[in-house]
Write a protein that binds this ligand. Structure first.
Ligand code: HEC
Ligand code: HEC
Ligand code: HEC
Ligand code: HEC
Length: 371
């Protein structure tokens, strides 16, 4: 993966996983974005947004944008291993785990850090937000314990770890749990901050938080890539990083049904829209970061438009109305952040409401390749 500050990269960059998606738009060749004023960048920060509340079907909880984990609530993989050993074995072979030992040695990483005047890669909050997991004991300062780890994608676990596997008492097995208890357990885990993959949107939000670089200075000054422009949730989650062992109690790594993959396919597009609206929101200068972020938001919108023409799902029209009401322009932080918050709620509701049976028209477009 090369890091480039070249403004032309989005056009030149091919989207291999999308080859089969003939009718799904790539990044546009001509900028469709309105740039009103190019203001000299002040020091940009990773988008910070407040928690928002969502009325998600039957459950009522705080739905929040994906954000770096809170080190004081991180338990670390040792707290998962007694029940999730096969997942950990899969994870250890992924770039997410390996970045822990590799990133700080890479010349490209050193160059980025030097351009930003950072003395340490592993200890600078700037890189830690997306490349590492930090933990802190009460009264101690945070220290790095791993690369991108379980809790980076599933949320810091302190408040949900005991809830998420409690089937209703020590004598009740997974298969004996009542449907009502299960729904309640999942809702409680989510309310306690778990990005539970039962709702595909919650984990897609994690991916896109990191795979969209919402930090203007990191891109424009540091020369970091503006994000993984070829990210696609199905193909990127079903290859090397797949770790679906629950149904077989650890025996085999399951693939997903077509129905589930359809939901993930669309949830990934919505999460990409949300993340690129948040990135565009913090853009202040007409350069690689702002241009790429706005183009990506516009591309995600076109993809959702294309899906909305193929399936009957009013939530998609609601999302398109939200985007139509805002301008993808510089220095428009409040409006774009509010739009992203609304898209987040709708994305969650989309994944909660749809089991995929109504989305069969998407089958020819759901990627078959696996990264
Ligand atoms: C005491 C055993 C135990 C521990 C410890 C544990 N889990 Fe689990 N976990 C389970 C069980 C059992 C399930 C299956 C729940 C179900 O049937 O829905 C599960 C499911 C999950 C799921 C999927 C949720 C779902 O309903 O499909 C995730 C994600 C997860 N665990 C992450 C973690 C992480 C991260 C840790 C460490 C911080 C952890 N777990 C620690 C037992 C455990
Ligand atoms: C917003 C999240 C985010 C932040 C913050 C971030 N990175 Fe990255 N970085 C990524 C992602 C995601 C990739 C994967 C490559 C891609 O698709 O862009 C990556 C890739 C890289 C690569 C290429 C490595 C490879 O093996 O492909 C280097 C080098 C790098 N980052 C250095 C840094 C440094 C140094 C910092 C801190 C100054 C930093 N990054 C901060 C998300 C981030
Ligand atoms: C905390 C930040 C973070 C989160 C969350 C995250 N990633 Fe990543 N991901 C990275 C970084 C950083 C890299 C690059 C690591 C390296 O090469 O040094 C990466 C690399 C990858 C790669 C390898 C890419 C390649 O070119 O081979 C895949 C696949 C991937 N991520 C998929 C996902 C998926 C799917 C999700 C969500 C379920 C996700 N990631 C969530 C930070 C993150
Ligand atoms: C890069 C992001 C990412 C990381 C890191 C990650 N997960 Fe997951 N996890 C996901 C996604 C996405 C799914 C849903 C995948 C699917 O449905 O195919 C998932 C699903 C699960 C499930 C449910 C699988 C099933 O059979 O239903 C469990 C359990 C789980 N993860 C535990 C863990 C544990 C433990 C770790 C740490 C070793 C971990 N995850 C690390 C993204 C991640």
């Amino acid at each position: 993966m090369s890091i480039s500050s070249n403004v032309a990269r989005p056009q030149a960059h091919s989207l291999p996983v999308m080859h089969c998606l003939h009718s799904f738009p790539r990044l546009p060749r001509v900028f469709s974005i309105v740039f009103i004023a190019a203001v000299v960048s002040q020091s940009a920060v990773v988008a910070q947004t407040n928690w928002i509340s969502a009325e998600a079907g039957k459950t009522d909880f705080q739905l929040h944008p994906a954000k770096p984990v809170d080190p004081s609530l991180v338990l670390g993989n040792e707290s998962c291993v007694k029940c999730h050993a096969p997942e950990i074995t899969v994870w250890k072979a992924t770039p997410h785990a390996k970045t822990f030992d590799q990133l700080h040695r890479q010349p490209e990483a050193k160059q980025i850090a030097a351009k930003l005047g950072l003395r340490s890669i592993k200890h600078s909050g700037r890189c830690v937000a997306c490349h590492y997991t930090q933990q802190s004991a009460p009264g101690e300062s945070p220290h790095v314990i791993a690369g991108v780890s379980c809790e980076s994608c599933h949320g810091e676990a302190k408040h949900w770890v005991d809830v998420h596997h409690d089937y209703g008492g020590p004598n009740i097995s997974r298969l004996a749990e009542s449907a009502g208890h299960k729904a309640d357990r999942i809702a409680k885990s989510v309310a306690a901050g778990m990005r539970n993959p039962v709702n595909a949107y919650l984990v897609a939000q994690s991916c896109l938080r990191c795979h969209t670089t919402a930090d203007e200075e990191l891109v424009n000054v540091g020369g970091h890539s503006a994000g993984s422009l070829d990210f696609e949730f199905v193909s990127w989650s079903q290859g090397t990083i797949r770790h679906n062992f629950v149904a077989s109690e650890g025996r085999s790594n399951a693939t997903r049904s077509n129905e589930k993959l359809r939901v993930m396919f669309v949830a990934g597009m919505i999460a990409e829209l949300e993340a690129s609206l948040r990135a565009t929101a913090v853009a202040t200068e007409k350069a690689t970061f702002g241009i790429t972020s706005a183009q990506r938001a516009s591309r995600a919108t076109k993809r959702i438009q294309s899906v909305a023409q193929k399936v009957d799902e009013p939530i998609l029209s609601e999302i398109l109305e939200v985007v139509a009401s805002v301008k993808l322009k510089l220095n428009n932080q409040d409006q774009l952040t509010q739009a992203a918050d609304r898209v987040a709620k709708l994305g969650f509701r989309f994944a909660e409401k749809n089991d995929g049976t109504n989305l069969s028209a998407l089958d020819p477009f759901v990627p078959k390749g696996r990264k």
